[in-house]
Design a protein. Structure first.
Ligand SMILES: [Zn+2]
Length: 269
């Protein structure tokens, strides 16, 4: 592959190292350099333990960015989350975070959706022998169900924000509220169909009822990451999609606004 380098993964590494100094409860797990067709990259898996470790109210949250390398807004959102975390310790104290800031380092640097071998990593989650990046994601998750999973994506064509929501049976939907809060300040994609799926005011909700979703999951061999989290039993699985015509700060802010809504819902005092 002859893709040109347009961003530096070193920026992500430095943000992680700074967070490691600023957040006492942050644990950084660095794997050995992951060899890819594009060269070796260190892979980072972060966890932030809750100061209320013994509290049964504590909630587990997974945040992931950059599985598609040409969607850097997701990586920037995780970096911004890490920057803000030490300033708002109370806000986050009941949550235990698992973070994968950049799941496709080669793609991030070269602005390619796929990895160096040309594989779309977000279609590899049912593969029993997936590319190394997906193996690292699965190792970090370890088959655990989370209360909330959020994967921050972007869409190069969309005029505005939209999201995919998967909820386990009996769990409420939070997508509309996320869109309302984001829509007050940013554009929302209100088309009735997005990416070939029926959408309602920016929300693509695979409603449980759930024959539909289960059947789709059974039939599809090319599972995206959200299906993997859902199959593990995670209760609320979101994929948020920002438009790339907005600024870096705006795109990070939109993802983190969606996260804020979910955290408020998870921890209704
Ligand atoms: Zn994507």
């Amino acid at each position: 592959m002859t893709a040109k380098k347009v961003r530096d993964y070193q920026d992500v590494i430095e943000a992680i190292e700074k967070a490691e100094r600023d957040i006492p409860s942050l644990r950084v797990i660095r794997t050995d350099r992951v060899k890819t067709a594009g060269g070796p990259y260190p892979f980072y898996h972060l966890s932030i333990t809750s100061p209320e470790a013994g509290n049964p109210e504590r909630r587990t949250v997974f945040l992931g960015g950059g599985i598609h390398g040409d969607e850097p807004g997701g990586v920037w959102a995780v970096m911004e989350f890490l920057r803000r975390y030490p300033m708002q310790p109370d806000r986050y104290r009941r949550f235990e975070f698992t973070l994968l800031p950049c799941m496709n380092p080669f793609g991030y640097e070269h602005n390619t959706r796929a990895n160096a071998a040309g594989i779309d990593l977000n279609r590899q989650f049912r593969n029993t022998a997936p590319p190394i990046e997906v193996q690292r994601v699965k190792k970090a998750v370890g088959g655990r169900p989370f209360f909330l999973t959020m994967e921050f994506h972007e869409d190069v064509d969309t005029p505005g924000f939209y999201l995919y929501e998967l909820t386990q049976k009996g769990e409420p939907s939070w997508g509309r509220e996320m869109i309302a809060r984001i829509g007050a300040r940013y554009p929302v994609n209100r088309n009735q169909e997005i990416e070939g799926l029926p959408a309602e005011e920016g929300l693509i909700h695979r409603q449980p009822g759930h024959i539909d979703l289960r059947k789709i999951m059974e039939q599809r061999a090319d599972w995206p990451q959200a299906f993997y989290h859902y199959a593990n039993g995670s209760r609320h699985c979101f994929t948020t999609e920002t438009p790339i015509h907005l600024t870096r700060d705006e795109r990070a802010e939109i993802h983190l606004t969606a996260l804020d809504v979910a955290l408020e819902k998870l921890w209704a005092p």
